[in-house]
Write a protein that binds this ligand. Sequence first.
Ligand SMILES: Cc1ncc(COP(=O)(O)O)c(C=O)c1O
Ligand SMILES: N[C@@H](CCCC[NH3+])C(=O)O
Length: 416
Amino acid sequence: MDFFNYKNNELYAEDLAVTDLADQYGSPLYIYSKATLVRHMNAFKEALAKKRHLICYAVKANSSLSILALMASLGAGFDVVSEGELRRVIKAGGDPKKVVFSGVGKTAHEIAFALEQGIDCFNIESVPEINAISSVAKSLGKKARVSVRVNPNVDAKTHPSISTGLKSNKFGIAYDEALAVYRQMAADPNLEICGIDCHIGSQMTSGAPILEATERLLDLYKELTECGIKIDHIDIGGGLGVTYGDETPPSPYEYMSAVINRLKDLDISIYVEPGRAMVANAGILVTKALYLKKGSVKNFCIVDAGMNDLIRPALYNSWMNIVEVKKHQDAKVDLYDVVGPVCESDDFLGKERKLAVSAGEYLAVRGAGAYGSSMSSNYNSRLLCAEILVDKNKSYVIRKRQDFSQLWENESIAGL
Ligand SMILES: Cc1ncc(COP(=O)(O)O)c(C=O)c1O
Ligand SMILES: N[C@@H](CCCC[NH3+])C(=O)O
């Protein structure tokens, strides 16, 4: 449940009318609800309450400093995949000691920076990466805490582009190789083994795949124990899905309870890395209808937000709910493709949507808090839009709309 609701046929973000906010801050506009973010974090805490745990919010889902600061204030750790994300966490006041570092392409520079900051753990994704981490750690006179991201070959039963736990995916180390890899790491004086990790995919709408993955990790845990290799945590990654349309994903509690049950007798912590479930439904993207265009085979509602603002529909053909910000009684409904101003045929937010909309009115894309602003770009030299956080009847700018000079601030005219 979120805090975007209709009152008298007007969409509200908590206690504020979305139309007023868009008029005040400009369109397009990302709006986040603080109460929703807090509710989601608390739902994860409750789900994990029976077990020692660390909730590592996946920064890639939404890396806004304010959202990171809010998560940190609620006790979250973080899952990062780049030096930039780690720097954001630190800038927002997050504790590096609660950070796990995932990703298949960590550079020596990133590894050194993370070691200097004293992060909790590197989630290792390949054998060459072990050597890279070991040699950087040695050169700094430090021991790197490491966990293997095991690829358990479990089908997350989600969109192929966001499935990560199959043999054909680039992520993690194959399950069958993991034991040998742990033995290699155990013999390395620059490394300290601390965990087992997996992340099998995103937008999972059932708890079954994560339970299957946990079973595989537990088998590995037993093998490691037999070899005298101790770990202090099992990290089951992120991946819990949200409701964009008619999906009915489990709550964090339902998703996690069978997993917690399986791990309850072990003297280890459980780590989770939720991204989407934390922020998706805490955000909307407001956009203004610029033109209604009657085509010969379809109608287009041309809006001022494009794939540079929200790329999920164009990239994955994702269905995201588009709603009228003001609903008019008895207004004429038409079928539209809702398209942006970007010069790409795939620049759409939604296809074949029944909407009662006039030019100049606002629409809102729901569930846009995750992988929305964090995947936005300046394509077509379009400005990144503003982002605001609503807390009851107050609103705060958390990212100003870019200005044009920022488009070329790192460029120079040279070589003529
Ligand atoms: C390693 C890792 N952890 C966590 C996440 C967060 O996933 P989600 O947003 O599906 O919770 C991702 C992205 O899928 C990831 O790659
Ligand atoms: N960006 C994706 C999720 C990717 C998850 C990253 N591992 C999405 O919008 O659904």
